[in-house]
Design a protein around this ligand. Structure first.
Ligand code: GLV
Ligand code: MN
Ligand code: MN
Length: 417
């Protein structure tokens, strides 16, 4: 590693990174050490303001695009060259932890700070991105900001998506953008030379293997659906079961059939129904309408395709006597990261004498969409017992800082190519 790059890596501050993580963890804090910072909520706005403040202290230019993705830029020497990008997301699950997403944003800021403190020059700009609505917990689907940024999806496909309170994404987005005025306007699909995302692993492999750095090779495929079941509301005490069209009972039949469809002795398939809205949601009324989510994942493209195609016919057969509507909301094939970025991450870990291993990601990340438009990779650091999407999510300050050092070194390599 060049001396100037070593100097920058040495400026990564474990103390500052941890302090900032804990400051962000106070925004939307929930009992049990967790965080509830839904996309485009007042907590998300507060987190955005804090990030913008830190970026401006260093005089970094801050921009935003039409879906509210935030960009923090440290210029390079060649103003015409596409930037190397790095980042993650600041929104959380409703009962999320203190590290999922926000770590990758603050590790990216740490890398920018360290480069600046060391006064290291890069050919390309290095640009932090905080993607809007990665989690999709409030406004499904997940990885929305990067899907729109990369042109895989259009913004207008999502403007009418409503949260559980009936608030449309269009209004929450307008409110969020209005709350953070004065940002440079960023156009969608601006080319990037490369993208690296740092993230906690969200699984137990690194911890079990005693490794500090995960060199991520790709992400498994996934399919999301909204299943709507249409029944008829009736009196719970008087209507004979044989005469009912019970939307909740049909939903249970469908979910059971989908469990059978996804049964897998090797335990590789992931199948989750995590969200359900029942109408009228009263103990003594038969349900007239149910909406539930389906999340299916698998690393093999053929298997995920087969499973994805089987969801609707399986659900339809099991729904009797109710009618159903199945709407696909996300269709992501497995992705394999570019060897140039994977190798750069591995090289950085080796040069910093950090024990590393290659692994694939079970969770989805915005890196999946960036991989469609530029060479992309990810850096994982261990989290305690692999727990994530849970208030108890935890990680060690030293591991988080190690990930930020690897990120800094790998970014510097790529930003000079
Ligand atoms: C992202 O949080 C995912 O659902 O994998
Ligand atoms: Mn995440
Ligand atoms: Mn997550």
């Amino acid at each position: 590693m060049r001396e100037a790059h070593q100097e920058a890596v040495a400026r990564v501050s474990e103390e500052r990174l941890w302090r900032r993580l804990m400051e962000m963890a106070r925004i939307g804090a929930i009992p049990g050490n967790g965080v509830n910072r839904a996309a485009l909520s007042k907590e998300d706005i507060a987190a955005r303001k804090v990030l913008i403040g830190w970026a401006r202290e260093r005089n970094f230019e801050v921009g935003a695009d039409a879906i509210g993705n935030l960009f923090v830029r440290r210029p390079g020497e060649d103003r015409a060259a596409a930037p190397v990008m790095t980042g993650s997301h600041m929104d959380s699950q409703p009962r999320g932890g203190r590290f999922d997403g926000i770590y990758g944003v603050l590790a990216a800021l740490e890398a920018l700070e360290a480069m600046d403190a060391a006064q290291v020059k890069t050919k390309r700009a290095v640009e932090l991105v905080a993607w809007t609505n990665e989690e999709g917990g409030r406004f499904p689907p997940c990885t929305m900001g990067s899907a729109i940024y990369t042109g895989a999806r259009r913004l207008d496909e999502f403007l009418d998506v409503k949260d559980n309170e009936g608030i449309a994404l269009r209004d929450a987005l307008a409110q969020t953008l209005a709350a953070t005025p004065g940002l440079a306007q960023r156009t969608l699909q601006t080319p990037a030379a490369a993208y690296i995302e740092a993230h906690i692993e969200q699984g137990p492999l690194l911890e079990n293997a005693g490794k500090t750095i995960g060199v991520v090779t790709g992400i498994q495929g996934l399919r999301w659906f909204n299943v709507e079941v249409f029944g008829k509301t009736d009196h719970a005490g008087t209507t004979p079961l044989a005469l009912r069209q019970d939307a909740l009972r049909s939903s249970i039949q469908i979910i059971h059939a989908l469990h059978e469809l996804t049964r897998d002795a090797s335990d590789t398939v992931r199948f989750t129904v995590g969200r359900m809205l029942v109408t009228p949601n009263s103990p003594n009324s038969v349900a007239s309408h149910v909406l539930f989510s389906v999340d299916v994942r698998h690393p093999d493209p053929v298997t995920i395709d087969r499973l994805g195609k089987s969801v609707e016919p399986t659900a339809r057969k099991a729904a009797v006597p109710c009618a159903i509507k199945v709407t696909p909301t996300l269709h992501d094939d497995p992705c394999v990261f570019d060897s140039r970025v994977v190798d750069a991450v591995e090289r950085a870990a080796n040069e910093l004498w950090l024990p590393s291993m290659r692994l694939a990601s079970g969770a989805s990340h915005d890196a999946m969409y960036m991989a469609r438009v530029c060479p992309t990779g990810m850096i994982f650091v261990p989290c305690e017992k692999g727990v994530s999407h849970n208030e108890a999510e935890n990680a060690k300050p030293a591991d988080l800082a190690a990930g930020a050092r690897v990120l800094t070194a790998a970014l510097l390599e790529l930003a000079n190519q």
